[in-house]
Design a protein around this ligand. Sequence first.
Ligand code: CA
Ligand code: CA
Ligand code: CA
Length: 142
Amino acid sequence: MAILRINAIKCIEQEDTWGDDDIYIAVNGSSVWGPQAMDDEQTRPVNVEVAFNRSVEIMLFEVDDADPNDNLGQKELRASDEGEHHLKFTEDDANYSLWVTIVNTKKTALPPMLNRKETVARADEKVFSSKSDGKVASVGGL
Ligand SMILES: [Ca+2]
Ligand SMILES: [Ca+2]
Ligand SMILES: [Ca+2]
């Protein structure tokens, strides 16, 4: 399993001609943030986390009353895409940036101390086995 962490959103250029955009973020088909008013050059913290399995789809929408909501684009990330990503949403002549982080929970499931102990134990094993190999070799040499 992995976690998608949506850190922040920035509007470089909004979609609506008049007034602020009303932006919401959908992950795997469900709205997870917004709608929030966004103006040109405005950045907002998002701080939303969504758990997923193999892949995750992120979509950005701009809410309109009179006509259907505008789809500003969609991005897909996989559980293996660990780390930070800068996603661009530029459909409908809009320009938005999203900063997200993918965390693979399989690799971070063990506490750091436990990981360190395991590494030390493996290193000791190597030293021991190479020593015994040496003994066997010297015995064989005699
Ligand atoms: Ca619109
Ligand atoms: Ca609108
Ligand atoms: Ca529209």
